[in-house]
Design a protein around this ligand. Structure first.
Ligand code: FES
Ligand SMILES: [Fe+2]
Length: 440
């Protein structure tokens, strides 16, 4: 028996998904069964577009970034001709990996084992003791290319040479987010952390905001977590969520609580980094007038800190978060002054993943590219701010529970339609026979 997510989600909105007569059930084994993880490695990861790094990581000739997913490694390289390319990280002599990590100033791709060397364009140019190979033509040994493309400040790769173009894969998202001029953002940091949970358990936590009233209760005075429209395209789903006003789950919230909640959760956007320094709320403003005031404070702070004018972004663009989820593993959070990305990659086994958090600042037009801080940090040492720390603090328990005998299915609501869409896409990519062991 093969489980299939009922109904056609594409083009639907949260309202139509919410009207489902019963919960959508997803087999828990998709999060715990090594065979399902193997099916993902066979059918999903070699065929999907994935964010490898930011453009800032590979902005100049000789820059490189090694992106790994499961057992595979891809080198993203900026050639001496300025062209961005990606190659499988393998030497064509005996299969040694060519290069690790990320850096600047590469002039060739030289294998350390027997020193075969390629140009940054992937052309073989040197083979020590070449005569021993008989006739060996450089043209017969180009590095194996990987599809690479960019959107906004992001470099995407796809291991499938026959995959659709990235612009098709991203559905309506580029048009929907065009207002934000995402290409102006510069990556300041890419922090990776190993976590003891399935990669889907992590990204599911960034595919719904139902859990705000669970693990982020500090947010309730400053976000409407209930009236937040969602839309599902094909690979991409989107949430739009208003900040700077209280959740309808709370009663009798006064303006001081909204103000203090905003500062506790994201006071840095208005230059107040310590919740104890919130002080009294701005005078007697409420509702949209208060949000207008917050938006003005955000513009002031951005001008002060970065010298960038955000006056073209109205209150909605500064205080309504656009959250995109791109199948399989990416969430992109956008405000006019903020871009943040969280993505998950499969880890050593079905119960581990790697979380990548990317932070960006909007640069002044034509500013020099940044040099992103790129590092791996142990889970106990990572500090991602109040809300992300709460997400990370919860996630390993969310994985442990999935193993309990008798727990066979997740039950999802319409509010969790972006998780439902993840599973709908998994079913598109993983053929039914590879899922035949699932409990109906
Ligand atoms: S394996 Fe790379 S040169 Fe031999
Ligand atoms: Fe969260």
């Amino acid at each position: 028996m093969v489980t299939t997510i009922d109904g056609e989600l594409s083009g639907s909105t949260i309202e139509s998904v919410s009207s489902a007569a019963q919960p959508v059930r997803v087999p828990a084994s998709r999060y715990t069964d090594p065979d399902f993880a193997a099916a993902e490695l066979e059918h999903v990861w070699p065929r999907v577009w994935q964010i490898a790094c930011s453009i800032d990581h590979v902005s100049e000739p000789g820059d490189w970034f090694e992106y790994t997913v499961g057992p595979w490694s891809v080198l993203v390289v900026r050639g001496d001709d300025g062209v961005l390319r990606a190659f499988q990280n393998v030497c064509l002599h005996r299969g040694n990996e060519l290069c690790r990590g990320t850096g600047r100033g590469l002039t060739e791709l030289r294998c350390g084992y027997h020193r075969w060397a390629w140009t940054l364009r992937g052309e073989l140019r040197e083979v020590p003791s070449r005569r021993g190979f008989g006739v060996l033509r450089n043209d017969d040994y180009p590095l194996i290319e990987v599809r690479v493309d960019t959107w906004g400040p992001l470099v995407w790769i796809n291991l499938d040479p026959d995959a659709d173009e990235l612009a098709i894969y991203l559905d309506e998202m580029p048009a929907d987010a065009a207002w934000a001029d995402l290409h102006q953002f510069r990556c300041s940091a890419l922090v990776s952390t190993d976590l003891a949970c399935n990669w889907k358990t992590l990204i599911d936590g960034f595919s719904e905001t139902y859990h705000v009233q669970g693990i982020h209760r500090e947010m309730l005075p400053m976000v409407d977590d209930v009236n937040s429209p969602q839309v599902i395209w094909t690979h991409v789903g989107k949430l739009e969520q208003p900040y700077g006003l209280p959740s309808p789950r709370l009663r009798d919230v006064d303006q001081q609580q909204v103000w203090e909640g905003f500062i506790e959760v994201m006071g840095g956007r208005i230059g107040i980094h310590d919740a104890a320094e919130a002080g009294p709320a701005p005078d007697a403003e409420s509702g949209e007038a208060f949000r207008d005031h917050l938006a003005e404070l955000i513009r002031d702070e951005y001008r002060r800190r970065h010298g960038v004018d955000l006056s073209r972004f109205d209150t909605r663009r500064l205080l309504d978060m656009s959250q995109y989820n791109v199948f399989p593993n990416v969430t992109i959070l956008v405000f006019g002054d903020m871009l943040q990305i969280v993505k998950s990659r499969p880890g050593a086994d079905v119960d581990h993943c790697i979380m990548d958090v990317m932070a960006f600042d909007r640069g002044v037009p034509d500013a020099a590219r940044s040099d992103p801080v790129t590092l791996t940090v142990a889970k106990d040492d990572v500090d991602l701010g109040l809300v992300l720390n709460q997400d990370v603090g919860n996630i390993e328990g969310a994985q442990r529970g999935l193993h309990q005998p008798g727990f066979t299915h997740l039950s999802l609501s319409g509010e969790e339609c972006r998780i439902i869409n993840l599973h709908r896409n998994l079913e598109r990519y993983i053929p039914a026979p590879a899922r035949s062991g699932e409990q109906p």
